[in-house]
Ligand binder design. Structure first.
Ligand code: GRF
Length: 193
């Protein structure tokens, strides 16, 4: 299945997805990286793996509908079937949601519905919770809402720094995201048969 990954930053989850495709544990072809932060490290990862990039600055467009139309054009041209958000730091708008309803997934570094939005790890750390975790969910028009597909907990120890928590969360993300994408793909393939 052809997928597009959307990222705004370092792209370590994007890398985990590429690695899983290369090893054969994820039966997908990453056909496009969509990046709204030209120069983000995710773009270098794409270049190293020979993945085409659609890089754009939202400020050069007349609003969200306009840049999502431009993204849509790229997705259609490449026959993309599933959109995978991996640190894409903006809300998906109606234009993409309409065409890809039920086919957009996101990963968030907390046990949703706790700590949605920005800096979820910092929010959990400051709240001094003992357990946080990660969530993979389908995307709807809300901020980190939408049906939950998978979750895994992470224990926060008394002695953990925020960086420790971040490391634990990222390690878990890199294992669970490719695995969950594979499950979503298999379920989609079963349902269209
Ligand atoms: C991840 O923690 C993910 O849960 C959140 O943004 C972060 C992206 O990190 N949505 P990276 O760019 O994949 O390294």
């Amino acid at each position: 299945m052809k997928i597009a990954v959307f990222a705004s930053g370092s792209g370590s989850n994007f890398q985990a997805i590429l690695d899983a495709c290369a090893s054969g544990s994820l039966d997908a072809s990453v056909s496009l990286l969509v990046c709204d932060k030209p120069g983000a490290f995710a773009e270098q990862r794409a270049a190293s793996a020979d993945i085409p990039v659609f890089s754009f600055s939202p400020k050069n467009f007349d609003g969200k509908a306009a840049f999502e139309e431009a993204i849509l054009k790229e997705l259609r041209a490449r026959g993309i079937e599933l959109l995978v958000l991996a640190g894409y730091m903006r809300l998906v708008g109606r234009t993409l949601l309409k065409e890809y309803e039920g086919r957009i997934i996101n990963i968030h570094p907390s046990l949703l519905p706790a700590f949605p939005g920005l800096d979820a790890i910092g929010q959990a750390f400051d709240a001094r919770v003992k357990i946080s975790g990660i969530t993979i969910h389908f995307v709807d028009e809300g901020m980190d809402t939408g049906p939950i597909i998978a979750q895994e907990p992470v224990r926060i120890e008394e002695t953990d720094t925020k960086e420790d928590v971040q490391r634990k969360i990222q390690k878990l993300e890199h294992a669970l995201y490719p695995k969950t994408i594979q499950t979503v793909i298999e379920e989609r393939q079963r349902s269209v048969r």
